[in-house]
Design a protein around this ligand. Structure first.
Ligand code: AMP
Ligand code: MG
Length: 479
């Protein structure tokens, strides 16, 4: 008997989804299975027969007593409202994990659905492995994220920039509710549908909220809170999502939809790697304002539920949204303070953090390595960037003035600063060899990224940036 249960999403009105029939892939093969995650989800037994498991996790078979559905959603893509929906994904059902929370199991790349428009519903092996790698890396970096349970090769070929094997990823999420789900229901549903969605989302993610008249506003505040923390976490490790359209912003506060995302090497807020983001809308340093913009889309979709009078509703939503900047900035500077060893961000610390960021940007210093270098009180003076030397003297002075215990500062820095991130060149190398049928590099990267805060043996080859750095590095939306 499978532990996969029918999706609770099916309790929502029919408008919210379309059923999806079985896929017909010729020869599915399980190539990556995440045993740690399987244990957490209590699904270890699901993969005892790998061939059978591959049949389920490519969509050829459907778990007993479940219905596979493609979810409807809309979204603002690069600022423009569009109808979207799961064009190549399907929700299989839910599993209750060891933490007693129910998680969605979703396939990505399993074939056409009612929302596929002109797409083929397929995904390439490298795109799915990329999501597997980076989502798992985010998990070990202690950043809220969807996770990856399995990658199944379908036995078919898929043509994008080049022709390569097709694959299906099994994604695990607290839910697949997006800002775009609310936008869809606001646009195409009635008030009852919208209320049903709000109640469902609240039950799933904020069950402690009291369902008073004003709970739509409270709900907005909760999502704002999760999203501001999430962006601060991204900025802590130099992560660029790359395509923060409203359909790619999760209500649960998890990082979702790993497409053209990447980690930044040299610190520069204007960093963009995505091939489709020529304007830099989703650049590293823009992520907080985009989150705010996306939350305004959520607020707009919630308006009918905030207050009976539209004018009042807008006023209330606006004043809630206006809190975002302060909430974000407080969290951001508090995180930055800890990255340089201070428990609190007062005026001196703020100045220090700002000038460090300026130095990194001006002298093109590596974001990850700079923080790691600071920790090493015994660092080799010759290896330290000369431009940093004066800053380090000032930093030490302030640390002393505040009478901070160095070990405490060190503990904060070790908690905040990863010594390892899956840098672009490492990810590309691993994916390229996987495309050639060689899985070893992916396996070793997956293993290495499980310990991103490890302090032994740091600054080895893996932290060396190739000559020329990321100049010209381009990521694709990865379909
Ligand atoms: P994404 O860029 O992954 O957030 O996807 C944006 C929209 O395009 C979503 O509605 C996807 O389901 C859809 N989409 C992406 N790739 C495909 C594909 N190969 N076939 C059908 N729909 C797709
Ligand atoms: Mg998406």
């Amino acid at each position: 008997m499978t532990k996969v249960q029918n999706a609770s999403y099916l309790s929502l009105p029919k408008l919210f989804y379309k059923t999806k029939g079985k896929s017909q892939f010729p020869s599915p093969k399980m190539i990556f299975w995440n045993e740690d995650l399987a244990q957490f989800l209590q699904l270890e037994e699901e993969n005892q027969d790998k061939d059978l498991s591959a049949q389920y996790l490519c969509g050829n078979l459907v778990y007993e007593n479940t219905e596979s559905i493609a979810l409807a959603y809309a979204g603002h893509q690069f600022g423009h409202f569009t109808m979207l929906g799961d064009g190549r994904a399907v929700l299989l059902g839910e599993v209750e994990a060891k933490d007693k929370i129910s998680y969605d199991l979703q396939l990505k790349g399993s074939g056409r659905t009612a929302f596929s428009r002109n797409g083929d519903g397929r995904a390439t092996l490298t795109a799915m492995l990329r999501e597997y790698l980076i989502s798992e890396s985010m998990f070990y970096l202690k950043i809220p994220t969807t996770r990856s349970l399995a990658v199944v090769e379908t036995g078919e070929f898929v043509t994008r920039e080049m022709t390569q094997p097709g694959a299906v990823l099994t994604r695990v999420a607290k839910s697949h509710l997006r800002v775009g789900t609310f936008e869809y229901v606001y646009q195409f549903g009635n008030e009852e549908d919208l209320s049903a969605l709000l109640a469902y989302a609240t039950e799933r993610h904020f069950p402690y909220l009291e369902k008073t008249d004003r709970y739509a506003l409270q709900f907005l505040r909760e999502v704002m809170n999760l999203q501001s923390s999430l962006i601060v976490d991204w900025m802590r490790v130099g992560f660029i999502h790359g395509v923060m359209n409203t359909d790619n912003m999760s209500i649960s506060g998890e990082t979702i939809d790993y497409g053209p995302c990447a980690f930044m090497n040299v610190y520069d807020p204007s960093t963009v790697f995505s091939s489709i983001d020529s304007q830099g809308r989703y650049a590293f340093g823009n992520q907080a304002s985009i989150a705010h913009w996306n939350l305004a889309c959520l607020a707009n979709a919630l308006l009918p539920l905030i207050h009976k009078e539209e004018k009042k509703s807008i006023e209330l939503a606006q004043s809630t949204l206006d809190e975002f900047a302060k909430i974000f900035m407080d969290k951001y500077w508090s995180m930055m303070a800890k990255k340089i060893g201070f428990p609190k961000a007062d005026e001196d610390v703020l100045q220090l953090a700002k000038s460090l960021l300026n130095i990194m940007q001006t002298y093109k210093l590596d974001y990850t390595n700079t923080f790691i270098n600071l920790e090493r009180s015994d660092f080799d003076q010759n290896k330290i960037d000369p431009n940093l030397k004066t800053w380090i003297e000032d930093w030490r002075l302030v640390l002393n003035q505040k009478n901070l215990d160095w070990n405490q500062s060190l503990a904060l820095m070790e908690e905040m600063n990863p010594s390892f991130i899956p840098r672009n060149h490492l990810v590309e190398e691993a994916l390229e060899s996987a495309r050639m049928g060689e899985g070893e590099k992916i396996m070793s990267l997956l293993q290495r990224q499980k310990f991103p805060y490890e302090r032994k043996d740091i600054l080895l080859l893996e932290n060396e940036i190739p000559k020329g750095g990321d100049a010209g590095y381009v990521t694709f939306c990865g379909t």
